[in-house]
Design a protein around this ligand. Sequence first.
Ligand code: ATP
Ligand code: MG
Length: 233
Amino acid sequence: MLKLEGIDVYYDSIQALRNLSLEVREGEIYALLGANGAGKTTTLKAISGLLIPRKGRIYFQNEDITFLPIEERVKRGISQVPEGRRVFGKLTVEENLLLGGWTKEREIKKNLEIIFSLFPVLKQRLRQLAGTLSGGEQQMLSIARALMSEPRLLLLDEPSLGLAPLLVRDIFHYIREINEERGVTILVVEQNAHMALQIAHRGGLLQQGELILEGSADELKNMELVKSAYLGG
Ligand SMILES: Nc1ncnc2c1ncn2[C@@H]1O[C@H](COP(=O)(O)OP(=O)(O)OP(=O)(O)O)[C@@H](O)[C@H]1O
Ligand SMILES: [Mg+2]
């Protein structure tokens, strides 16, 4: 479904991704792991169009999207949930959701119903300012807002960051549900390898902008490098 072919991404003269190739298959959850500064967010930004690679190509559903503007990628079904759950704090929950639905204006009612069935708590809080939601609720809203564009590929940047362990479990449960019940392909970036590998089908490990390991979730769980660095073993 998504293919990165040898991409290099720079911030001015600093190279953040080095000849990165990876493939996300339709219907799967792919976990991209790596330490701080490894290039995880940069990878997602290249896919969503916030950054353009200096070398290499990005294909989505067999079409070259390397240079497409962000809005065009959203229309084709790529939606990103940014790091740090950036909801619009001064807007209500409902307004946040409506903003996410701009590419699918005629489907808003249907999509709101889908979201309320996934996240019932958001329905109770429609008129509440997003900035007053708890951290976990804000993360749910951030994911829900991205779902309003009916993505085929959802990019999640560290959905568990800063959440209490119980909430982390909830969020990963929702991610799996979105994948299984809504049929959305998911690329999730995580430092919490333990949780990510529990729900992922496959994954890869980024180190200093390079993909140094790739495999099924079970294979990754057993690799020494992943175990020692990320699974506390
Ligand atoms: N706007 C920027 N300008 C310059 N360098 C940047 C910028 N954003 C990121 N970088 C650098 O690019 C590299 C990759 O950063 P990136 O944000 O992709 O890492 P990450 O894996 O998402 O890390 P984290 O887990 O901390 O979020 C880092 O060395 C970082 O310092
Ligand atoms: Mg990051």
